[in-house]
Structures are given as C-alpha cells and as structure tokens.
Write a protein that binds this ligand. Structure first.
Ligand SMILES: [Zn+2]
Length: 203
C-alpha cells in the first residue's frame, strides 16, 4: 500500500527542522537546494551577487550554515520559521530573542488599514501571503540595527538576535525574563507588573 503523499506544509516543516534544529557546519549544493527550495538558477544568482560564499572543503564546494539559513529566510518569513519550529517541538532551536510571542497592540483604524495595504503590497511582491505581523517585523528589523550597541547594554542578546543568523553560534539560553523589559519576573510570569501596567491593554 502506497503511503499518503505528505502535504507541502509537512515537507516545509521537515526542511525547517532539519536546517535549524539539526544544523551542520557545511552543506553541499544539492542539500542547500533541497532544504531551502532554491531552484538551481536562483542559487547561481545568489552566488553571482555574493549573497552566498561557498568554501572549499575536501576539494568540493560547501555552503556554510549561515548562508543556507539566509536562503531559507528568503523562502520563509522569520515568523513562519519560528512558529514551525515551535509546533515541531524545537522552539529553542532559535535564540530566545528570535522566538515569537503574540502581543496585543492598539492602533487607530487608519493605521490598521495602512498595515493591511502594506501586507497586500508585500504579498504581491514576494508571491506569498504576508500579514500585518510580517510587515511590522520587517520594518522593525531595519530599525533594530540602528542602535544595536546601546540596546545590547540594556537587553543582553539583542545584537545576536538583530543580526540573526549571523553570529548565532554565540547565543545561549537565558533565564526567564519579562517579555518587554527583559527584567526579572516572578516564577511562571511572562510580563513584569510595571510592563503589564504600561503595555497590556485593560480588558
Ligand atoms: Zn517588564
């Protein structure tokens, strides 16, 4: 009896888990294409433009994990990768500050419409569905790299997170901290009392 063909989503989950939860220092070209679903011609373009720089290992071209992860980040959003790893039980394959959390944000309706419009434009540009979360993540990622040194002083691990997947070997698991300020929290709490008062809308 032939087994059911796996859904594309299950295939993607296996690729993402293999790349991020079972990372190897070096990959051959066939594995890079399989894991990141990058067509050969697109890999050529990435090579020509210097987005990936293969190394010679044992006389053969190999790709470093960081380059492969960057190709994966062209295929899937950071949110898709983080949520996929979480569903598969590998949330901690990502540094803590690269994992995703849901928060409630209050905005005027015209800004919500703006975010929707930007999400539609981005979806058309990349040929895949993008949400308002993806738009905010994309815009804030650029802002995050502007004042990294100062932010690192306040939030340990900020630089590694903002530059992910670059430098990501340097990360380590940090004890439970407030989601917003990174300060200490009581056992089992995710947000400190001061940040709850400031950021969490009253119901
Ligand atoms: Zn706090």
């Amino acid at each position: 009896v032939e087994s059911e063909p796996e859904s594309p989503a299950a295939d993607d989950e296996r690729r993402i888990v293999e790349l991020f939860a079972h990372r190897q220092p070096l990959y051959d070209a066939a594995t890079v294409r399989r894991l990141t679903r990058t067509p050969p011609e697109q890999l050529e373009v990435a090579l020509d433009e210097g987005h990936v720089e293969p190394v010679i290992d044992g006389g053969r071209l190999r790709y470093e994990w960081e380059d492969v992860a960057n190709l994966a980040l062209q295929r899937w959003t950071p949110r898709e990768i983080a949520r996929t790893l979480e569903r598969a039980g590998h949330a901690h394959a990502l540094p803590l500050l690269n994992q995703f959390r849901s928060i409630t944000i209050e905005l005027p309706v015209y800004q919500i419409r703006l975010l929707h419009q930007l999400a539609e434009e981005k979806s058309e540009e990349v040929g895949a569905l993008r949400s308002v979360s993806d738009i905010l993540e994309y815009e804030l990622a650029a802002l995050a790299t502007e004042n990294m040194a100062a932010l690192e002083k306040r939030f340990a691990g900020f630089v590694v997170a903002a530059l992910f997947p670059k430098l990501s070997r340097a990360y380590h698991v940090i004890e439970a901290r407030c989601l917003y300020c990174g300060g200490r929290v009581a056992d089992g709490a995710e947000i400190c009392p001061a940040c709850t008062r400031r950021h969490v809308p009253a119901r």
